[in-house]
Design a protein around this ligand. Structure first.
Ligand code: ATP
Ligand code: MG
Length: 272
């Protein structure tokens, strides 16, 4: 089955424990780190499925290409969430901070007629603080009614402004029913990377927990191969495939697909 999920018991236990702490009113920030294809996004999605019945899950993904607008990490989930509400609910959730947010979310002025942008602050520090404060109040307000999960995927591609806001939010919201699960590729992170600086600041203040994701064990890789290929795989072929993929789930999945489309174990010989 294509949606088979293998292994990761330890990581899921850590994530569920974080859910419980967050649900009890202690904001949690977990960051899943590992090489490309190791299963960071899949793990974050998997753990958030368990939350579906309890409250909203907002997802943000960062993109590789340059030119993403500042604060993009936050614009996406807030926009998606506000779009899912009716006008009365938008007023309730965002009304108080809407003037500070229309620059970031212009649609607020359509949803809340009469909302105009707050007057420009005299200096950029004040303007930035107002914006941070306004953005922070939204998840805080949502988490008052129901536990909230925020998935922040591919943080190695986040813009600097978004990361500074993540730092602010992690500091400002220590006692909310909020779980943030971030992911990033460690191979992508030099010491001068914005995210490296953000993480080192947050580490100093013990504001996040890091979950290092490793490759699959041989048996887990064999289970995944069989699930994707849709049939049992001979043990010598499974172990030859493990040698080639090293248990990276992306490679395991790709190879299993080749196997499925080829129809016979002899294809294993042709796998590069
Ligand atoms: N535990 C798992 N069980 C089953 N399949 C998995 C598991 N982990 C990852 N996969 C599969 O492996 C592939 C790569 O996973 P995923 O996209 O989550 O990796 P990633 O670490 O987020 O990679 P990237 O750094 O490129 O974002 C996907 O097809 C995913 O479904
Ligand atoms: Mg990913």
């Amino acid at each position: 089955m294509a949606d088979t999920f293998v292994g990761r018991e330890t990581e899921l236990t850590a994530l569920y424990a974080a859910f419980e702490r967050a649900s009890g009113g202690h904001t949690q920030l977990l960051i899943v780190v590992g090489e490309p294809g190791v299963g960071k996004t899949r793990l974050a999605e998997r753990c958030s499925q368990e939350h579906v019945a309890r409250g909203p899950i907002l997802c943000a993904r960062c993109y590789e290409h340059q030119g993403t607008p500042p604060f993009w990490l936050w614009v996406q989930p807030l926009r998606a969430y506000l779009r899912s509400l009716d006008d009365g609910e938008v007023q309730d959730i965002a009304g108080g901070v809407a003037p500070s947010l229309v620059g970031l979310l212009p649609e607020l002025s359509e949803w809340l007629p009469g909302v105009a942008a707050a007057p420009e602050a005299d200096d950029s520090v004040t303007a930035r603080f107002r914006l941070y404060d306004a953005v922070t109040r939204l998840p805080q307000r949502v988490a008052r009614d129901t536990p909230l999960v925020l998935i922040l995927d591919d943080l190695h591609w986040a813009d600097e402004a978004s990361l500074l806001l993540l730092e602010y939010l992690a500091r400002a919201l220590r006692d909310s029913r909020l779980l943030m699960v971030g992911t990033y590729r460690d191979v992508q992170l030099g010491r001068t990377h914005h995210l490296a600086r953000t993480l080192s600041d947050l580490t100093r203040e013990q504001l996040f927990e890091r979950l290092a994701l490793l490759r699959l064990a041989e048996q887990e890789a064999a289970t995944l191969t069989e699930a994707v290929a849709g049939r049992p795989i001979a043990s010598n072929l499974a172990s030859a495939m493990f040698d080639r993929t090293d248990g990276n789930p992306l490679f395991v999945t790709e190879m299993a697909r080749v196997l499925a489309s080829s129809g016979g174990d002899e294809v294993g010989q042709r796998i590069p």
